[in-house]
Design a protein around this ligand. Sequence first.
Ligand SMILES: [Zn+2]
Length: 285
Amino acid sequence: MNRHIPGVLTLHAPEGLSVPAVFDSPHSGREYPADFGHAVARRILRFGEDTFVDELFASAPRYGAFLLEAHFPRTYIDTNRPEDDLDQRLLEEPWPGPLSPGAKTRSGIGLIWRVASETQPIYDRRLSLAEVRHRIATYHRPYHQALDDVIADTHRKFGAVWHVNCHSMPSTSDRRSPEGPGRQRPHFCLGDRDGTTADPRFVRFVHEMIGDMGYRVTVNDPYKGVELVRRHGRPGEGRHSLQIEINRGLYLDEETREKAAGFARLAADVDRLIGGICAYVRKHS
Ligand SMILES: [Zn+2]
């Protein structure tokens, strides 16, 4: 079950024997849609990307897991926010339905980002309702649909499913960060929304495996996980959803967005981690 929508997403099916694991990389997209209409330089927008996270997790299908990747950038529309997490200040006209903007939207990084790089406005205009509806219908919903479908199919087939939501984080926090500006990030941060979206034994397994590789790992600090793990994590039903954030300083030149010297080493470690997660999942399903 491969699925490819150009410019939007690719779902890579397992090669060979499958295991009930689904990896997704919602923020690594680098194909900027022609109708984006941003005023800020592309270079600044790219700070929002989880650049190369798709590549770091590319071996998941070889271990029997699905891998879903978005091709569009999160600054265009962010799949890790619910549809109604929208900032009215972005829009030409009142949104014709209820909105529930959360704290991230108020700081400019909701469903559609208002600011890039702390305070720089992305647009010098307001967006039309048609424009926002198009982003939701053509990008946001198909991504969620693909993830919903593959998680539901996997759960039906195996009676359980482990979803790993893959991200990267800036090496240093800024003013929008939950922990305040200027703080060095751990190497990895796992998020299970304070123990609610995955079996704690699974979280502990991943935590220990990464720690044993010599990395500093935190759980739910500074990132707990947002919409994607909230939507899919129901451990009581055998649906486990865990967010993994990787420190970009390990593999990326954060200024130029090019691979840094550490990329190959980190990629090899992430490959081992995927192998470990898939072996765990096979054993526990
Ligand atoms: Zn991300």
